[in-house]
Design a protein around this ligand. Structure first.
Ligand code: XIL
Length: 371
């Protein structure tokens, strides 16, 4: 029998009548042309979507572009530990519930982000979690959160950013509180616990730094594959790799053959690929807006034409949709003080060249690559 994970994947390949309430495409026709990114993605059997936040409730113009283009959404921060359990033992899911209601009202799939991470931990964490209780604290957090949304989540980023191949890593792993207090088995425990709490959700390993063709990128890809091989060989329920895809314009150090080979190696383990947090920093791009928007669009095109040629790619999700709100405003500001323009729409919801580049990449049939 197909489970929810399979259904969500096959729904867009014509096998999903049973899911019609979830999978209604937000098709917008202009002169007979499909112009919604979600609809274009669905035509090739994948999902397109974006991270969302409070703006979908407060800004009508923003809400409209999200409804038009997104077939899947993910809360940008509302599901992170420090936001849902500010006080130990007291969960507040109200913001997540609002985002989920928005998704369900608009026929969108919903992603969970993220359960086990070294960032966004609650303030009480360091005083309360010890070697003696860490395993139990992690497992009960996963059980509580995944269990609460059982049956409603397309995919969970169970572990986020666990690999660190720099000298601060331990072996291949990042030196996080989880590694220190539980040991390397924390990954396996996390995935098994998530699967027990929602057997139908796609369970994802999500990380950055897997896209670029640098020596650091090579080492991180190799370490990630080693970790995935180990988990898969032990029968751990893990189903996809999330390439965060925080990239930079002009795109440098990018070799599509290297990224393609990595994706195919992941696929050979039986895993799907998702681009989970795509945005293009224009921190160092020229100030001129036309030039800047063009190099940003080129970067979207470069990564998507590669990843979309991988048959195992199941979704492309951007980390925001309009320049009106992006974490890059503070994390990657420009030295000239100009507002950053990393996303697909301007801050007044006009489509940018990046939107056209994504639409074209989604519409283009894949070119075959050699491995
Ligand atoms: C970022 C959010 O965009 C910010 O709003 C928040 O303050 C910090 O986190 N990798 C991840 C995401 O997995 O959760 C991060 O999101 C961006 C990097």
């Amino acid at each position: 029998m197909l489970n929810r994970r399979d259904l969500l994947q096959t729904a867009f390949l014509g096998g999903g009548a049973a899911l019609s309430s979830v999978a209604q495409p937000n098709v917008v026709h202009a002169a007979g042309k499909v112009t919604s990114l979600s609809a274009l993605a669905k035509q090739r059997g994948i999902l397109f979507g974006t991270a969302i936040g409070p703006l979908v409730a407060t800004n009508e113009a923003y809400r409209k572009i999200v409804v038009a283009d997104a077939g899947i959404v993910v809360p940008e921060y509302e599901m992170k530990w420090r936001f849902i359990e500010k006080t130990q033992g007291v969960y507040d899911f109200s913001a997540v519930d609002r985002r989920l209601a928005f998704a369900q009202q608009n026929g969108m799939a919903f992603r969970g982000h993220t359960l086990v991470w070294h960032e966004a931990l609650p303030d009480w964490f360091s005083g309360a979690v010890t070697v003696d209780n860490a395993k139990e604290v992690m497992a009960s957090h996963i059980t509580n959160v995944v269990g609460r949304y059982k049956g409603q989540i397309h995919s969970w980023d169970v572990v986020n950013e666990a690999i660190d191949v720099t000298p601060s890593g331990v072996g291949d792993l990042r030196n996080t509180p989880w590694l220190q207090m539980i040991g390397p088995d924390y990954l396996e425990i996390a995935y098994r616990t998530a699967a027990a709490a929602d057997p139908g959700a796609m369970l994802v390993y999500n990380d950055y730094g897997l896209v670029y063709a640098s020596s650091g990128g090579d080492a991180k890809r190799a370490a990630t594959l080693r970790m995935l091989e180990r988990l898969v060989s032990r029968g751990v329920p893990i189903h996809a790799v999330g390439l965060q895809g925080h990239i930079e314009a002009p795109i440098r150090n990018f070799d599509p053959n290297i990224l393609y080979r990595f994706c195919m190696d992941v696929a050979a383990l039986g895993l799907k690929i998702m681009v989970t947090e795509l945005d293009v920093s224009d921190q160092y791009a020229p100030a001129d807006i036309a030039v800047r928007d063009a190099v940003v669009a080129d970067a979207y095109k470069a990564i998507l034409s590669c990843v979309l040629s991988v048959p195992a790619t199941a979704a492309v999700i951007t980390w925001g949709l309009s320049d009106i709100h992006t974490w890059l405003s503070t994390s990657r500001p420009r030295s000239d003080g100009l507002p950053v323009r990393p996303l697909l729409y301007t801050d007044t919801m006009q489509k940018k060249p990046a939107w056209d580049a994504v639409a074209r990449a989604l519409s283009t049939s894949s070119t075959k690559r050699s491995r």
